[in-house]
Design a protein around this ligand. Structure first.
Ligand SMILES: *Cc1c(COP(=O)(O)O)cnc(C)c1O
Length: 390
């Protein structure tokens, strides 16, 4: 295919050569260059929170772009002020919390990394199998040897403990620990849900040693798991929260929110971003949050979990043994390492999913997924799993 050759001859090979060229999207459906339709059950990897080409987001972005597309942070605009206020309210953050805007998840983690250094401590505790991004600071927190090893030395000192094991966490944190960094559910790690109370224990451990609790909600945040932010189900107050992915609904934006003492660590000159708080990105995010709120889509995400989980097993033709995750962040767990085969069969049947592990298929559809989309998904899933079983 011509586009694949052009890709190979012009782009770096860090993604390999993709199997599809997508030309357009609407809601939970996308179409490739040949006009074939797919149900987009990965939604830009938990990014397209309100689906493709949502009219409210298109209008907000277009209006803002034709009014004021970009300034620098040498001046203020209304977008970041309004969006910061909105996020702090959804987070139910105390009055001393403050927001820093950037453009991606890895940058939200880099901002958090620098906040950690301003405690005058260096040591950080993360979880094995974590994913916090790929720039060098964030990569030092991404405890996956295959991603880290080619790029050593990485900034230290980082200790990685088994995810979900509060006793292991307690043993790793000391009076020299700047921060504990955790995902409420490990996304890239395979949609791994920790035991109930894990974040509460993490909070206590951090309090004991004066360490900051930093929660990476880049994948879990913005309603995806059936709460605005997944940590809210444990009724704790973190010190730092990192956001990106679903926040802009497809427009690049990230945020690092700090509470309490951490909120005042940055002073003029400490940190910055040319594009951070860009008015168009903020308009996109405000529109996304409005669509989610007005449609009560956070509740819907919680409700749909059971529908999808039951359906994926029932229509799994014996291949799917269980489903884990929360809300609309799910992994269908397979009886064997046939994930990549299933991902490709799904594509043939018109479903886009992701083999996040050899034995697990991740789904992270738009929160706007309709009942018709789900019915179509489950019938195509039946055909897919039947094809793989043979
Ligand atoms: C995707 C992801 C990141 C990195 O986000 P980018 O926008 O790709 O830099 C960081 N943390 C988590 C939990 C993620 O899922």
């Amino acid at each position: 295919m011509i586009w694949q050759e052009r890709w190979q001859h012009s782009l770096m090979n860090n993604y390999g050569t993709p199997p599809l060229l997508i030309a357009r999207g609407a809601g939970s459906r996308v179409w490739d260059d040949t006009g074939k339709e797919y149900l987009d059950m990965i939604a830009g990897i938990a990014v397209n929170a309100v689906g493709h080409a949502h009219p409210a987001v298109v209008k907000a972005v277009s209006d803002q772009l034709s009014t004021l597309g970009h300034t620098s942070n040498l001046v203020a605009t209304n977008g970041p002020i309004e969006l910061a206020e909105r996020l702090l309210s959804l987070l139910q953050a105390p009055g001393d919390a403050r927001v820093f805007f950037c453009n991606s998840g890895t940058e939200a983690n880099e901002a958090a990394f620098k906040l950690g250094r301003l405690t005058n401590r260096v040591h950080v505790v993360v979880a094995q199998g974590s994913f916090h991004g790929r720039t060098i600071g964030a990569l030092s927190w991404t405890a996956q040897p295959a991603k880290q090893d080619p790029f050593r030395p990485l900034p230290g000192e980082v200790t990685a403990v088994p995810f979900g094991d509060a006793d292991a966490l307690a043993a790793a944190v000391s009076a020299t620990t700047a921060a504990v960094v955790l995902e409420p559910i490990q996304g890239e790690g395979g949609v791994i849900v920790p035991p109930v109370g894990y974040l509460r224990r993490a909070r206590e451990i951090c309090d004991t040693h004066g360490a900051l609790l930093m929660l990476d909600e880049v994948q879990t945040g913005i309603g995806r798991t059936g709460e605005w932010f997944d940590f809210q189900r444990e009724a704790i107050t973190p010190d730092v929260v990192m956001l990106a992915k679903g926040l802009g609904g497809g427009f690049p934006i990230g945020a690092c929110i700090a509470y309490g003492r951490a909120a005042s660590f940055f002073g003029p000159g400490s940190h910055g971003s040319t594009f951070g708080g860009n008015p168009v990105a903020c308009a996109a995010a405000l529109a996304v949050l409005k669509v989610i709120e007005e449609g009560d889509l956070v509740t819907r995400a919680a409700t749909l979990h059971e529908v999808l989980a039951t359906g994926l097993v029932a229509r799994g033709n014996g291949l799917v043994t269980s489903v884990r995750g929360r809300g609309l962040l799910l992994a269908a767990v397979l009886d064997s390492d046939r994930g990549p085969e299933l991902e490709s069969a799904a594509r043939q049947q018109g479903i886009l999913v992701n083999a996040v592990l050899p034995n697990a298929i991740r789904l992270a559809p738009a929160l706007t997924i309709t009942d018709t989309d789900i019915a179509d998904l489950l019938s195509r899933w039946d055909l897919t799993t039947a094809q793989v079983v043979g």
